[in-house]
Design a protein around this ligand. Sequence first.
Ligand code: NCD
Length: 317
Amino acid sequence: MKKHLLSIDDVSADDVATLFETAAEMHDVQRRQVKKLPALRGRTVINLFFEDSTRTRSSFEIAGKWLSADTINITGKGSSASKGESLRDTVLTIAAMGVDALVMRHAASGSALQVSQWVDAAVINAGDGTHEHPSQALLDAYTLQRRFGTDGRLGSLEGRHVVLVGDLTHSRVFRSNVLCLTKLGAQVSVVAPPTLMPSGVEPWSKELGFATSYDLDEVLPTADAVMMLRVQRERMSGGYFPSAREYTVGYGLTRDRLATLGPDVPICHPGPMNRGLEIAADAADAAQSLVLDQVSAGLAVRMSILYHLLAGEGSTS
Ligand code: NCD
């Protein structure tokens, strides 16, 4: 494993397998009444979040606590960043306290990489603008491997057709997920309206070997898993689609589309969901929905990430 987790490019398929093996053990810990493991006793993990978060921040915080690390949360709004302090000064201040890991989320793409060049601590990218969100992609892949496995053993994504649908232009989850899913041998299709299909996706799709489409109804019948992505209005400056209704008709996982999916086809969404826009309540709450499984898997995967970055041997860069 490398020292930082900034991108899915930082982990090999073998690293992912190792991370998931540990995550499966951590998952068992979640079912115990007493969840603490001593692995990171005496280590300090700072969650530095300049963008809002429910799942990712609490999940990293609990993951650190269950491994006995001291975890502290700093948010943009409650920190001196709101008084005009630069990102560099903020992270150097935190690093001067001798932290071991910095889990960070920031609106600027590339910010995690930049910070990793300023500090000695291991940096985990918990979302940098529209660029990447590697721990989310890892937990998504782990959730699907569990779903496709039997007897509690992880299954394989090799040859499985995973369909990602939504606001791809603004989605760091999309970028990390195509890297991760193709690395694990899945067959990936991404679907979006033309205005939300990122420019430059064609050469990238050729390089990684994933398919692009504007037609959800054509792709959906061959899906082995569907991943719905949020319409990120906070990142939109203009009109990307005429109306919410039109978006739902073309690209929402509506009740009608749910009926065309096999009952065993898992439905994922990283959250937070816009119910009624990209996903109907019937789909979000369906028996085949893995939305809450993703959340609990997220904890196990983040415990594993912290464990391997901080307690593991052989940090190389
Ligand atoms: C995602 C994010 O923040 O990038 N959410 C998450 O981490 N669970 C996706 C989103 O905000 O739509």
